[in-house]
Design a protein around this ligand. Structure first.
Ligand code: ADQ
Length: 500
């Protein structure tokens, strides 16, 4: 679907590139990784537009980005525009507010939060900086689509400097239940800032429900209308659309590349290296929300309780380095490596190593070869907005006889529950049993489950996701629904909280 006469302006914390300086001092540009990039690059390539974000370099490094980004723009087919950060902003906005407060809180891990008040001040000023760059680069009819938790205040800042364009926001991570959200010292400011967007998109109905609950309890003058995928909220003569739009992948591109000669050849080599073993695959960014230690413990539990799995299964755990400068992430890496070495030390036999551990970013062909080679994907985040790895794995299951074991707490579970083996990632014995069940599942059951999974991902792919978000954003507002029960008096619910 095209938005008439308008360009798409994507705004995210990071530009979809990584800048690296070689030994000769020359800078090179590589494509970025991560869910957001994988999802949006094909869209901008197809339709053109502008991507605004931080380059990853701080102002103090004095890198001339103009030339580098002009070069990247030529190669990518859309325009890249940088928002710059100082070293202090990187520390307090990115590592601080975004990753020490919102990331853990929105993943229900409130005990990991550091509610430092200076983080909030810098978060606001960086969102203002982003708004200025956007304002300098847009035309009136453009649709501005802001992504993720780093930039919740951008619409508010844009409105303050007079921008009247339509602005949408998509939250890639979960939105927490009221009882958790309410711990945020700036809960009212964040909710009001979000309500400055014209459209707010969440990954799942559960996230949208959590958000709506927070609005009902904490915001006095909002009325909510509608039913189905998109609701309408009316506040002070403005309307905001609130929907759930499960993000997906370019299914056909994955399925096609999975059959390429290069991927087939590499997958064959992997299979030969692990002959006669069921390959179980885990692929995650290094992050405590991904449940990697819990997964390793479940795998160990499976080897103990079902000894016939020994020599019969190999877990390939790929961990993509991420945020390693943060001590917590470094500690997680150490914990994972300790567990891998303990389990391998306990079970390895001549000709069989139970866990193959890879800590690096992989080329796409190599990643797809692992998807192709693996019989079972073990995707067990403690909480995840969606989880694209689960969808990519299914898209690459060309023969349709592989098994997906999926956490109930991944956003993807809402969509994939009929085909996946759902598990509670905290239940180590339950996950161990699911591994055993997957290894011993009949071919007929595997095929029937994978057929459902692939159909659902094919029908709701990344292009469907973009279309449904844009459709909801530009469509006429329908007022022919009775208002939902709006503001709920707070006295009984949270007597100690003053509402705004
Ligand atoms: P992430 O937390 O990054 O994304 P995920 O959805 O699994 O998590 O996406 C990871 C992406 O990285 C996948 O597209 C995958 O192909 C890519 N990748 C994996 N291993 C790689 C490797 N070794 N080398 C290079 N790339 C690799 C956030 C949210 C998720 C949400 C997405 C999209 O946390 O919940 O699904 O955004 O909205």
């Amino acid at each position: 679907m095209k938005t008439q006469g308008s360009r798409l302006i994507i705004v995210s914390n990071r530009l979809p590139i990584v800048l690296t300086q070689g030994e000769n001092g020359q800078w090179s540009i590589e494509p970025g990784s991560g869910g957001l990039v994988t999802a949006l690059v094909p869209i901008l390539r197809n339709r053109g537009g502008v991507w605004i974000g931080w380059s990853g370099m701080v102002e103090e490094e004095n890198v001339d980005l103009e030339e580098l980004l002009a070069d990247a723009t030529k190669k990518s087919g859309y325009t890249l525009k940088p928002a710059s950060l100082t070293a202090e902003e990187k520390s307090k906005f990115y590592y601080g507010f975004s990753n020490e407060i919102i990331w853990p809180l929105f993943h229900d891990l409130q005990s990991r939060c550091n509610f430092d008040p200076t983080y909030w001040l810098v978060y606001q000023s960086v969102n203002h900086k982003f708004a200025r760059v956007i304002a300098e680069n847009i035309k009136e009819k453009d649709f501005i689509w802001v992504h993720d938790y780093h930039l919740m205040n951008v619409a508010k800042e844009l409105r303050a400097i007079g921008v009247t364009s339509k602005i949408g926001f998509f939250l890639h991570i979960p939105f927490p239940p009221l009882d958790i959200f309410i711990k945020l010292p700036w809960r009212f400011q964040v909710l009001h800032a979000l309500l400055e967007y014209d459209t707010i998109g969440f990954q799942t109905l559960r996230d949208r429900h959590n958000f709506v609950q927070c609005l009902r309890i904490l915001i006095r003058d909002i009325t909510l209308y509608g039913k189905g995928q998109v609701l309408t909220g009316r506040i002070k003569n403005r309307e905001v659309r609130i929907g759930s739009f499960p993000i997906s992948i370019d299914y056909r591109a994955f399925a096609k590349q999975a059959t390429s000669q290069e991927v087939c050849e590499r997958a064959r080599c992997l299979r030969e290296a692990l002959l006669n073993c069921h390959i179980i695959l885990g692929v995650d960014r290094l992050d405590y929300t991904k449940g990697i230690p819990e997964r390793l413990k479940a795998f160990r539990n499976a080897l103990i309780r079902f000894p016939d799995l020994q020599r019969k299964v190999t877990l390939v755990q790929i961990v993509v380095p991420s945020r390693v400068e943060i001590p917590e992430y470094y500690d997680l890496k150490v914990e994972i490596e300790r567990l891998v070495s303990e389990i391998n030390g306990q079970f390895t036999q001549p000709g069989w190593v139970p866990i193959h551990y890879i800590f690096r970013s992989l080329e796409r062909t190599e990643l797809l070869a692992y998807y192709r080679a693996a019989d079972i994907a073990l995707v067990t985040p403690l909480k995840d907005g969606m989880n694209l790895v689960a969808k990519e794995y299914c898209a690459c299951s060309i023969y349709g006889d592989d098994v997906l074991i999926l956490s109930e707490f991944a956003g993807a579970a809402a969509q994939l529950q009929r085909g996946a083996l759902l598990v509670n990632p905290y239940d180590i014995e339950g996950v161990a049993e699911a591994i055993y069940r997957a290894v011993n599942m009949s071919q007929a059951e595997r095929r029937s489950r994978m057929r459902k999974l692939r159909r659902s991902i094919r029908e709701q792919d990344i292009f469907w996701w973009v279309d449904s978000f844009l459709q909801a954003s530009i469509a006429q507002h329908l007022d022919d629904f009775p208002p939902l029960e709006g503001y709920v008096p707070l006295d009984d619910y949270l007597p100690q909280v003053d509402i705004e």
